[in-house]
Design a protein around this ligand. Sequence first.
Ligand SMILES: [Zn+2]
Ligand SMILES: [Zn+2]
Length: 1282
Amino acid sequence: MLIRTAPTGKTAPRLINDLLDHDPRHAFMHGGRNLLADPAPRFRGQGSLGPRKDKMDCRHKLMKKEHQTNAPRSEDERPDDSTEYKVAAYCSACLYHFDVTANFWKRNDRKTPCNLSDESNPLHHLRLAKSQTSKEYKEKHGMDKYDQSIEAHSFVCSGTECPLVVDIKISPPRLNHHMLSYIFDTAKLDARGRREIKNDPERYSGMAPIKPLQALGYLRQYLSDAKGAKSKTELKKIARRNKKYMLTFADECDELFEYLDFVAIEEPSSEPEDGPNCFWQLPIITDINRNFIADVLHEIDLLMVMRPQDEGSRTTVYHLPALKDIERSLGCFDYPKRNRTVDLSRDEHPYYISLGAVDDFTDKYLEWAYERQCECDPSNKPYYLDCLADLANGRQSADLQTRLVMATSAGELGLKAIEDSYRYFNLNPDSVEGDGHIMGLYKSRIESAPRQKDEARECLLNIAKHRNSEKIEALANDKTMSFEEALEFLGISVDTASDSIEASAVALSLESSDKAKIARALRVIASQRSGDFTLQRAAAAMESGSGGSTLDVGDAYNRLQIGSRGVPDEIVFTYYQSLSNGAPSGSKDSYTEALRVIALDRQSNFLLRKLEDPNADVQASTSEPVGLDNIGNTCYLNSLLQYYYTINPVRDMVINFQQHRMGLNDEDIKNKRVGGRIVDKSEIIKAQKFVEELHNLFENLKTASSRSVKPTRELAELTIFSSAAVADFRRASISSPHGPPNLSSIMDGPVYGPQWPPPLPPPLPTTVEEDIEMIDHPRNKITENGDDSSEATLVDLDQLPPSYGETTGNEESSPGDDAVMVNGEDSSPDRPSALEKPPPIPPRNKSGLVIQTNENKDLLPNDELWKFGSQQDVTEVIGNVMFRLQCAIKPTSIEETSGAQIDIIRDTFFGANTVYTQKAQSLERKTEAWPSIIVFPGKVGRDIYEALDVVYDEQQVEIDNTTVPQYASLSKLPPILQIHIQRTDFDHETHRAFKNRNPVVFPETIYLDRYVDTGDPNSAIMRRRREAWGWKELLRTLEARYAALKNDQAQISVLDALSATKDFVSNLQEEEIEGIEVDPALPEALEERISEVAAELEAITGRINDLRSRIQGQFIDMREYEYKLQSVFIHRGEAGGGHYWIYIYDFEHDIWREYNDEWVSEVKDRRTIFEHQGGAGGTPYYLVYVKSSDIKNLVNAVCRDVQEVEVTHTTEEWPDLMENGVSAALNEDEDSPEMRHVEHAKPRPLRPKPSVIEQSAWEADAWKENEGLKDGAKVDANGKPW
Ligand SMILES: [Zn+2]
Ligand SMILES: [Zn+2]
């Protein structure tokens, strides 16, 4: 069944014509084509089409069934919105039945039916909307002798205001061949008569067998009687023993009688030996069979007429023609027709049929039909143009010729012209070749035969139009202009200033009419000058003629149906393309206008270039960062890589890696300590491989001329997985046949992004002090030797290289007496350590499984690892990256106390806390280095200071069964301060991890003065801190009291409870219920208590507010250690999946940008960054602040150096460091036999470059103990001038 409306249509006269020609019996004779419903075949010249009809086909002579018909009585009758015309007809030749229904109420949102006085809609133009064959019809409606339709078609009028729906139902004669054979077959009737006569010659003496005409007559009589009967009781019975009946029908025609609803009746005979008397009762006429019986009667009438004259005389029955009724119903009775000599022997020209027209249309109607057809079926416009052209010729019509000239001058093409154009390039017009192929053919053609260029261009243009290909059109229009040509055309030089160029262009436009070419020249120069916007605007103005569009930007977005103005340029262009592709040229222009307005508003070089040439491979601007393609399930990888690229020390080190590369001789390796850990050679090699990959990526980010580049899978794996993690995972995979469970296997689909990290430790006891969290802080899991196998460490740093929990101790600390928090269950001995950490699984070599041990050898083998990677925490990954970077490079110095390596990475990111623990005898001091501070959103959200306070404020810890106070100070301020907002929380009821979406409010600027270590417990800062701690403790007590009085858990406050009690007691008192005595003083006492509680609540509220504002204001004047926000990592989604992106601030241009995989776009509304308050939009989970005084040296958001890179091959000579383990410095000019395949867009060789930053800034002595630091000194905690 066809459900979509067909594109092509036919005018009502055409439809009627086709209905008359369509013979449902012989559809197979013309290739199965249904003349009524199927689209007309394309005529391609004499002999291209077979005959439209078969010789045997019936040209129906439709007769009306008066009683089933409701048609307009005159041609002036107009339908209204409740009208339904129906013409029930039968063909007097083939006896088929045709029901034509014209319905004007079904589509009642349309109000004006087409009519002859409406010039733009004189006739209905009907398009097939639904079509059912007999099989489909039977399946839907079941077998039904009363409705034997074999075809049902629905047409709707294409007139925009016309409600007309035409339904045509066709059914075969009610008396089919089989039924008819009982009475229509002369030989059969003759044999039947003779047999009866022979059986009982006496009874039938003088009688002869019956002729079909008579048989029909009898049947007609019975049915007429039945129809005429007023009531059931009046119905006659036909005695089957009746002589005439016996001669005509005998016992052979029961099937026919039953089919016609006769009812067999038996009555007991008066003489039992004769058997019962048998009768046919005439059919009872009901609503169900009325039309059926009437149809049979019509058929019998016609069948009788068909009998030969010698069978006898017959009554003349008049049949009323139905055509006029159909024409009136379809509004085409007596439409204006052209004068012509009708040649009945000739078929209509197929072009009329293609246009949905008929031969007798006037020129005006023919033109209208053509236009309507083009409108409905634009993709075949060229063919319709051919049709009209040929008919115009044949008619020698001046009007039609004029119309043709108009069409061609509007750029419309005939199908023949298109086909010729394809043939010019030896292509088949239906070629499925891509645009690129055709463009290639054109180029090679004009190269080999330059003189044919004009002809070739014209053909190419035709093809472009036919395919609606902007690419091809751009090529055909020769929109390519070189920079030199542009200069020459505008008469300017390379050095001419932009405004002078604009002036020249304007001057030129006064003489030349080819403004498009001037605009093009301007654009070429603009793009050469990094998208010079003055020139772009000038070009756009030149193109739109008057100097700009009046279209409002908002309307432009609406016109392109773009909901959000924040979408990247590429998306805008995609919307534009999808709308303008296939759009009529008028709408296309309006889309182009909208795109131009948006392009100018955005100052988007990309869009302006694409407007000019949709094929343009727009070079990325040097003032914009490049995006990173998403290479699959890589979580926050792209965010991280983009972030590192903006950190100068990292970028410069990676780009100049050779200068920093760690040597691989045994002596160096032996002395290497990253954190507290010895690093082996394979680890270093792997780390160097990582930096090389990163180097390639950074080079690409710097030099790519594309808008985005693609990280390699190798890089992704080396970034996300630490060696230890991979090894653990391999073991786990091997020991369980399915590997560790992962989200995608559970959720039956791909997971984009990581699982949120594993759950936090179980609950804190609910006490007044619950706000002090058991934080995931390095001081709780000091591991001196990197052995993490037995300690019940918290999970977050579990898999970090040990350097990240490192201690640079002093003599008072020892590994054995690690502080454990009092109020964390961490101290509970029976807490199962297995909660976060399954017991290690020893490697086992199962049969058939090979344990891979050589980690350096390959990429990780399969996607399982990626799934595993999705379980990693961002801190783990950042830890892994830093560890690898440190492993790869040589130290700038060695820390004396620990032997740990000091290097650029450590100097850049590592801060340190000094933890003070008040023991019985002494104040113990311990210093811990960290790469990031971990904070928590808390139960209701907090600001960044409140979150940091949890790390630094004093709290009670238990050491050796004694509770002692402990606090921390910031003893080394890192140049780059990384703060991880740990949003994974643990639901103690469901025992599941969930994402804590509570806001952590962060400002652009923070001051760390309040945490800075002064080395003096009685310094001014420490005094203020202690004061604040006191306030906070008081605050917690008050809040606990407040909560108790409010009694939130029971959902009734103490105050309300007291009030209710008092009311109850008072009632008891008033009602004086027997047996209950109420102390008369009770209500008064309650009343007293109520006011006490109310007063207390009020007082508490006042004090709480006072304390809060004091705490907030305590450090407000301390603004020496200032940091500025540089990056915000965002996660959207639940714990267990989601999407990641990053906002990075460009200090130089004061721009926030969103880096969302391949899209990098400016954030116009900064609230989107700072107002991530949870919800579905996304939550910040990692913040990066930069030391204010050194921003220029530390970060740079845009580091681009696009060059004309000539590299087109993808293979580069490459010293294979991995396999040789070569430690010698790389000589870039040295030829190496090793070849390496590089999968980058624009690969660049690894080569040393002079460092941008001054080496001295990162020298080893930069890191110093801050012993001599005095309160207020103008040096930072690193001993550097702040
Ligand atoms: Zn017919
Ligand atoms: Zn209409």
